[in-house]
Design a protein around this ligand. Sequence first.
Ligand SMILES: CC(C)=CCC/C(C)=C(\C)COP(=O)(O)OP(=O)(O)O
Ligand code: MG
Length: 409
Amino acid sequence: MPDPGPSPLQSVLPSRPVLPFGTAAPPVEPPGPAGAPPVEPSGPAHSAAALRRILRGPSGLGTVSLHWARPEEPPAAAQPVTPAAMRPIPGLYHHPVPEPDPVRVEELSRRIKSWAVDEVQAFPPEWEDQFDGFSVSRYMVACHPDAPTLDHLMLAARLMVAENVVDDAYCEDGATTPDVGGRLLLAHTALDPVHTAKEYQPAWEESLHSDAARRSYRSAMEYFTAAATPAQADRFRHDMARLHLGYLAEAAWDETEYVPEVWEYLAMRQFNNFRPCPTITDTVGGYELPADLQALPAMQRVIALAGNATTISNDLYSYMKELRSPGRHLNLPVVIAEKEGLSDKEAYLKAVEVHNDLMHEFEAAAAELAAAWPDPRVARFLKGVAVWVDGNHYWHASNTYRYTLPDFW
Ligand SMILES: CC(C)=CCC/C(C)=C(\C)COP(=O)(O)OP(=O)(O)O
Ligand SMILES: [Mg+2]
């Protein structure tokens, strides 16, 4: 498939002031009465042009200050960057991203490893190669190019590492145990604190240091809540509860050897999903999408579609890795093949089409919302989610340590 070039949400970078940690964005009146004004009928050209105008951000008198603060670090290294070896899935709709700033990647790698090894003991020494091969720094710099400082990037990197520690230690490839529900709930309390009788509170607090998963969640959440507003922290807790519900459904189907219908699998994957990563784009970017705008049904639809597209992208890039794992690892191609009687190749190619449909639905919903709610914070958040989707694809397509593709082409 020819490279479709930058997504409509990528074409301009809205300019916004960077707010220091924890500062709530100044209130801006939504554009109209309670309900959003009707989106005028528009064809693709109209909405793309409207979207470009909206995403360009405010212009005219008094807006000159609405420009991003330059990152505190020195500019990127002048030497040419060796682009990562990319192998995009043929026919997969995606947008290219600029090579992540190598200066930021190198410094973030140093800081996140120090946190993982020295602060929280996130993994045993025998997992060090896997940790390095995950390339979390290249991932996060690609997904959050608007992060004003490395401290902001560390917020995302710690949570990404912690989320994967929990997935690997509790849910992946044979790690699932019959008591996974109890273990996940207790790990979740490292994000969503227990408030209980005085006599029992110390035992809970001590539990947060008892395994790598809880140590990682507790520490990453402590840094996050220090930087985020209360509303952003509560949003994240809610998104992580969704994620853990998805893990539990996956574990229950694994335990009972149930193969879901395709729609059931897609429903589960909307919860066992990258959602908690793009939805922190405002905290990592140093601004806030207010809770009332984040909760808009139209915004919720955009977030769900973006998360679904990113997660089915993972199903496609991790297909070979999962075929090699113990037992039957459910992913979209495997479920389509089983439930629709297709060959492995036919099912995989159909899963690529499902991914592409999700991407087009996401971009259309984002463009419609940006036009309906021309609030600069909505535009910036939508762009941040789109950039996360594209950065996530870049990481999957270039992580040849972790992923290989089937020979279907
Ligand atoms: C980082 C994060 C919030 C992950 C959420 C759920 C998750 C682990 C994925 C969407 C990745 O899926 P999967 O478990 O298939 O991971 P790999 O394919 O092993 O990379
Ligand atoms: Mg996978």
